[in-house]
Ligand binder design. Structure first.
Ligand code: SF4
Ligand code: SF4
Length: 101
């Protein structure tokens, strides 16, 4: 338990959705778990469908900051969304490299 607590720290999404609504209709709580989902699910299942759509929407963030004002955990949502989208794209590039060789 302590190891998990140390790994998580305090900068993680609790999926409460208090940050909604996002004017860009970004499913913030879904985008926020990219790192966790990438560790637990086969990548080929994530590259299309609901999860890929959510990440695609994440790339439309205009950084208006509305969500951050509403997050009770004061998460730097804008910064975290950029990180998660980049993480997903890097994993996708890696997967495409593996499967093309
Ligand atoms: S900062 Fe991005 S994610 Fe947050 S409400 Fe604005 S557009 Fe949506
Ligand atoms: S309000 Fe904060 S903790 Fe809750 S879902 Fe949104 S980003 Fe995650």
């Amino acid at each position: 338990m302590q190891r998990l607590r140390d790994e998580l720290g305090t900068k993680f999404c609790r999926r409460c959705d208090y940050c909604q609504p996002c004017p860009q209709e970004i499913p913030i709580a879904t985008v926020m778990v990219v790192n966790t989902v990438l560790k637990r699910m086969p990548l080929e299942r994530l590259l299309t469908g609901m999860f890929a759509d959510a990440v695609g929407k994440g790339a439309n963030c205009t950084e208006c900051g509305d969500c951050e004002e509403r997050c009770p955990y004061h998460l730097p949502i804008r910064e975290m969304i950029v990180e998660q989208v980049q993480r997903f794209r890097a994993a996708k590039r890696q997967y495409e490299k593996w499967t093309s060789s």
